[in-house]
Design a protein around this ligand. Structure first.
Ligand code: NDP
Length: 258
């Protein structure tokens, strides 16, 4: 994507999995990248990989549950490259437990990272992007669980459904500042987050059966969609939620045992 060359991109939740693939792909298209998560060693490792491949990147720690951490991270990112053109909010966690037993502490943590963390991060960066004169692009990572539900993911489904609505809200409010806001909604991707569930044959086979393309996705396939939405090539796209799911939503949105 030629339009990404020379842009400054920030990937929150970029230390591993899907976020790491997004940071690497943005760098490959010519962006300078700031990568953040709680585990400094992981984001430094992502940044090192990008620099070793000839790109420009820095890893910084951020805990999206803590407003001052998010604010400091945004200040540091702006200090490093002087601006931010692209923000990707990829931080997320999941905890699978039945609805009747779901502990409030776990509920609060999942909602706080997946939804309120997006609010804190988009707000801190949105304020700075508007102050720099507007323009730019934000991409959030939602989920199939923004659209359909499967058992034992009550907090995750609630958080991702709300994140989808929040993404559309930002698109509408910040269009006047020429900041486009979109989401990529991944199907099932094998990462640290999903590896235990996918290792269970019942879950694995049910997902494959309900996915018309009959396979799991790769983090790199999510990254390509994010890069497109982030790039000037998507200049008239805002408020869009793009499923990248092997046809899961179009085909058989149905109950997967958890
Ligand atoms: P991983 O667990 O591999 O990565 C999650 C990332 O979020 C890590 O970098 C993690 O770093 C970061 N993170 C978690 N909590 C915080 C926090 N409090 N502050 C800052 N960063 C945080 O998961 P995936 O790569 O699979 O998931 C990435 C995103 O994609 C998530 O939002 C997930 O919901 C979404 N998604 C994933 C799907 C899949 O099938 N894998 C499907 C649909 C959506 P650290 O723990 O070091 O802070």
């Amino acid at each position: 994507m030629r339009g990404l060359k020379g842009k400054v991109a920030v990937v929150v939740g970029g230390g591993r999995g899907i976020g790491r693939a997004i940071a690497e792909q943005l760098a490959d298209y010519g962006c300078s990248v700031v990568v953040g998560s709680r585990t400094l060693s992981e984001v430094e490792n992502t940044a090192l990989g990008i620099r070793n491949a000839g790109g420009s990147a820095h890893g910084l720690s951020i805990d999206v549950q803590d407003r001052s951490s998010v604010s400091n991270f945004a200040d540091e990112a702006f200090k490093l490259y002087g601006r931010a053109d692209i923000l990707v909010y990829c931080a997320g966690i999941n905890q699978r437990l039945s609805a009747e037993e779901y502990p409030e502490e776990t509920w609060s943590k999942v909602i706080d990272i997946n939804l309120t963390g997006a609010y804190r991060t988009c707000q801190e960066f949105g304020q700075r992007m508007i102050a720099q004169g507007g323009g730019g692009s934000i991409v959030t990572i939602t989920s199939m669980m923004s659209h359909v539900v499967t058992p034992k993911q009550s907090a995750y489904s609630a958080s991702k459904g709300a994140l989808m609505q929040y993404t559309k809200l930002l698109a509408v409010e910040w269009a006047k500042s020429n900041i486009r806001v979109n989401a990529v909604s991944p199907g099932y991707i094998e990462t640290e987050m999903t590896k235990n569930a996918i290792a269970q044959p019942g879950f694995r086979n049910a997902v494959l059966e309900k996915t018309p393309m009959e396979r799991f996705g790769a983090a790199a396939e999510i990254a390509q969609a994010v890069c497109f939405l982030a790039s000037p090539e998507a200049s008239f796209i805002t408020g869009a939620i793009l499923p990248v799911d092997g046809g899961f939503l179009a085909g058989h949105p149905a109950i997967i045992p958890s």
